[in-house]
Write a protein that binds this ligand. Sequence first.
Ligand SMILES: NC(=O)c1ccc[n+]([C@@H]2O[C@H](COP(=O)([O-])OP(=O)(O)OC[C@H]3O[C@@H](n4cnc5c(N)ncnc54)[C@H](OP(=O)(O)O)[C@@H]3O)[C@@H](O)[C@H]2O)c1
Length: 317
Amino acid sequence: MNQKVVLITGCSSGIGLALAARIAKDEKKRFMVYATMRNVSKGEALVEAAGRALGRTLEIKQLDVCDEDSIKACVDSLPERRVDILISNAGMGLIGPIECQSIDEMKTVMDTNFFGLVRLLKEVLPDMKRRKKGHIVVISSVMGIQGILFNDVYAASKFAVEGFCESLAVQALRFNLNISLIEPGPVITEFERKVYDEGLKTDLSKADPVTADIFLNIYLKNYKQIFETLGQTAEDVAEHTLKIMTMEDPPFRHQTNTLYTPMTTLKYADPNGDLPIDTFYKMVFEHDKVFNASLNFIKLLCWRSRKSFTIEKDKSN
Ligand SMILES: NC(=O)c1ccc[n+]([C@@H]2O[C@H](COP(=O)([O-])OP(=O)(O)OC[C@H]3O[C@@H](n4cnc5c(N)ncnc54)[C@H](OP(=O)(O)O)[C@@H]3O)[C@@H](O)[C@H]2O)c1
């Protein structure tokens, strides 16, 4: 059977875990999945999710995207070093006022989210070019298109990812390779919890009172509600990614959350760049009540559509 070899990073939780399990359980067994994580002792959840696929269409391997040797050792351990589909998923977040963050913290975000991808490609791309075959799928974010309040460094890391991939995509075409950026909006994973908990612990003593107030009483206050309302599940993002991976001619960009698309459209609608910034400003500082009411309205619509879907499903059984 001609199975495609898929290498995924960051599979200990969230999107990477859901994606690895979903692809390994593919009904047609089209893939052999190497699900990697930096600390394999965190593999229990994936083992459980993979079920009978473990040892058949899924193997767990160690890979730290911040460590070139570990990437090389992992790729060297694959039969003929072959990777047909590389999924760069490992990542981390960082929120808060920049005056309260150390340069080292910021460097870790860039090192993981951006240089992690660069290191992977330095190892995998030459073989893909030689074989003139391969698909590089990168879990980016809507924050690779549009910056969001108090996500300055995280958004910068995803912008870096997008600029890097956009430049590389032209060269890749010459070698018959595809690059696809998956751009989720909020996804309910460990990421959301970790980022929020770290945000709560931020030492705001270096921020002026206005900035500290905006962070605590506007940003953090709305954080959970935004995830609850607009948040997708990791499984949902995994389905979107599988669809892109199996397309004959996959797109360069794919946003996974239609509830978020109106926001990113603002970016493309105004070449001056003022429209999204003004809109975000008004939403946060002038129309926060309307913004909250809209979130509640969206929540109600989602609940109703899920409810009618369940009723329709029950009727058809
Ligand atoms: N959740 C969201 O709202 C959201 C939205 C848009 C895009 N994304 C992107 O989606 C991707 C996955 O995030 P998630 O939401 O699934 O978060 P998650 O549950 O926190 O998963 C992140 C994964 O990355 C791994 N990781 C971190 N540093 C690593 C390193 N140096 N080497 C290898 N693995 C490393 C983590 O491993 P450990 O367990 O060892 O820390 C974990 O497995 C990220 O690129 C993120 O930026 C997330």
